[in-house]
Design a protein around this ligand. Structure first.
Ligand SMILES: N[C@@H](CCC(=O)N[C@@H](CS)C(=O)NCC(=O)O)C(=O)O
Length: 189
């Protein structure tokens, strides 16, 4: 059975959503962030040397990158669900969105979180970081014009409008990303 090494309040949530969307059984191994440092416990390094979550173990296979885990689960257990409807035509776009969440989108968000801890010393960087967050929110909003999903007309492994909402709210930009009425709830982004 798939085993997920899950840290509270982390990207691991994406994998749980995915597994729930696919109605797959899985075993949850829970870890709690340190109350002071917010870091993962050292025991998470037993699952993977980086000591980060999520880590997925499926028999002999261990994967520790949320995008790669999503790819593996959709390809191995999805039976066509949550994959692009027309793989030949849409694979590149699908890959682009899947990698985007941990690539271009994540960098300004992480900078925002870390630089906020510098207080006034971080002031020279704030305009640049805010500009990049706004840039990414606009990119996602434009891509979602007239649709609720980044790919096709249904949920796929690369997510939907909720990813943008989470991105915005985590970075303190919740007001910029209203979910329109009727927008779908679940997401794997
Ligand atoms: N790029 C990795 C990032 C993994 C990662 O940084 N996870 C964070 C939680 S969101 C973590 O484990 N942080 C705990 C720590 O650094 O101690 C992925 O997408 O899985």
């Amino acid at each position: 059975m798939i085993q997920i090494h899950h840290l509270n309040n982390s990207r691991s949530q994406r994998i749980l959503w995915l597994l729930e969307e696919l109605s797959l059984e899985y075993e949850l191994v829970k870890y709690e962030r340190d109350k002071t440092t917010n870091l993962a416990p050292e025991t998470l390094r037993d699952a993977h040397p980086l000591g980060k979550s999520p880590v997925m173990v499926d028999g002999e296979i261990t994967i520790a990158e949320s995008g790669a885990i999503i790819d593996y689960i959709v390809a191995t257990y999805g039976g066509g669900r949550l994959a692009p409807a027309d793989i030949a035509a849409e694979q590149n776009k699908y890959n682009e969105w899947l990698h985007y969440s941990e690539g271009s989108a994540m960098l300004p968000l992480m900078l925002h979180l870390y630089v906020a801890r510098l207080g006034d010393a971080g002031a020279p960087l704030r305009d640049r970081i805010d500009g990049e967050i706004a840039n990414n929110l606009k990119y996602m909003e434009d891509a979602l014009q007239g649709r609720d999903f980044f790919m096709g007309n249904d949920l796929t492994g690369c997510g939907n409008r909720t990813y943008k909402l989470r991105f915005g709210s985590m970075s303190g930009y919740g007001a910029l990303c209203q979910v329109p009425s009727g927008a779908s709830g679940g997401a794997v982004g």
